[in-house]
Design a binder for this molecule. Sequence first.
Ligand code: NAD
Length: 329
Amino acid sequence: MKRVVVAPGDGIGPEVIPSALDVLRFFHPDWEYIPVYLGYECWKRTGDALSPKTLDTLKKADLILFGAITTPPDPKYHSVVLRIRKELDLYANLRPVFGDGFDILIVRENTEGLYSGIEWQEKDRACTLRVVSEAGTRRIARIASGCAKRRRRHLTIGNKANVLKSDSYFLEICMEEAERAGISIDKKYIDSLVLDVLSHPERYDVIVTTNIFGDILSDAVAFLQGGLGMLPSANLGRHQALFEPVHGSAPDIAGKGIANPIAAIRCVSLLLKYVGEKPFAIEVEKAIQKTLADGIKTPDLGGTATTSEVGRAILQNLISIKKEETIDL
Ligand code: NAD
């Protein structure tokens, strides 16, 4: 029995999360599901984007299924996503990207770096402090090395150590942890890394990098898998995990019912892996592949289906896969 907090958020979040929730409920109808209201719309209505009560509910969750949040460039508004990651200490952001001939896992440090939140404005300049701590780096390096050890035993460290002292430090610690784990490494400057991953994705296994570089890298690499509507992510802490699509609230398509729900449904697949139910996660992916092969796709993938049509088709395929598996004549 798990306590799952469901936070659809803003924009397309409330459009894609119902399809994901249907899939999760299919496997676990008896888990406790607690909806929460947070985000930019919540801020506009109540003056609070993340109330203390909602934060408390999130802190008590075993698992969180999260949609997306709008973050306007308004100095009075503070990012809810960054605050949740910090408050719950969800320090590791895992973003798998896979396709024909490649299978990459991006491991992004999630609580410090350029998103440290330490910022100030002076008379004629604004500053943001880029923090790379030993403890913060060691724990992300351990997660990345551990993942690589269970995969193809290779770690790429995305960095900009030629320019940034903070990245020399990040690199040094990551190398120590990789050596301890007995895996091979290579170091790559983040700018050339982005191009190389797009050109030769088959060369990569696990990539570890700092907060903003991981954010940019995973959006760019989404190109390999059909775009932002396809990529899930897991935010892991010591005792909790939050699953959210890599995409944002997509205000340009919100309300039209055409958002691709696959990233959100793949979040459920990651969640199932996280709780030790890999066979279920594989079934979800099979159902997604069957739906795509049948040509049931949202417009971002060149199709004409709506969000709920894709969601329903995936669920239906899942039910058929389960039936096939239990036929015993
Ligand atoms: P975005 O990911 O919302 O959208 C970028 C482009 O991808 C848009 O053209 C959008 O229509 C498309 N897209 C995204 N998801 C899609 C889906 N599921 N199906 C089909 N098309 C999809 O990024 P943005 O436009 O840079 O940001 C919009 C808002 O989202 C901003 O306020 C930003 O701060 C916020 N944001 C939030 C998160 C989060 O909640 N974790 C992440 C990124 C951006």
